[in-house]
Design a protein around this ligand. Structure first.
Ligand code: MG
Length: 157
């Protein structure tokens, strides 16, 4: 077994929704990003890559590459899942925490779990989505951006 951790942040900007865990969530702002700016899926990809010491998401899907402009981050997850499988590993479980004052994550957590489980080819009970605020402190507390943390365990298939 191996473990990995990931962290991602995107600043809020113009827009009317954010992508979280592959789910479109209505919000008073969007996020500034080269791809779709899905902090949940980016943190998850970094955790999976980290578990196998394969570098980070920026190495595999560089923001300098026009191919990833506006990219659906689910394609990153599926690509990373393939890297895992090629090396003989599968996901044991993933525990993800979204950090923001808004939007509310809870009502969308189940849909996010379903998307992620489908893209990784695992049971939904292998995927945990939690949320917290920072009690109005710091950049998330000031509603300047949104962050996510992911921890994964992978095991030889
Ligand atoms: Mg990101």
């Amino acid at each position: 077994m191996r473990i990995g951790q990931g962290f991602d942040v995107h600043a809020f900007g113009e827009g009317d929704h954010v992508m979280l865990g592959g789910v479109r969530v209505a919000h008073s702002q969007g996020v500034l990003a080269h791809s779709d700016g899905d902090v949940v899926l980016h943190a998850l990809c970094d955790a999976l890559l980290g578990a196998l010491a394969l570098g980070d998401i920026g190495k595999h899907f560089p923001p300098s590459d026009e191919a990833w402009r506006g990219a659906d981050s689910r394609s990153f997850v599926r690509a990373v899942a393939n890297m895992l499988a090629e090396r003989g590993y599968s996901l044991g479980n993933a525990d993800i925490t979204v950090i923001c004052e808004a939007p509310k994550v809870g009502p969308h957590a189940q849909a996010m779990r379903e998307v992620i489980a489908a893209d990784l080819g695992v049971d939904i009970d292998c995927i945990s989505i939690k949320a917290t605020t920072t009690e109005t402190l710091g950049f998330t507390g000031r509603r300047e951006g949104i962050a996510a943390l992911a921890t994964v365990l992978v095991q030889r298939a």
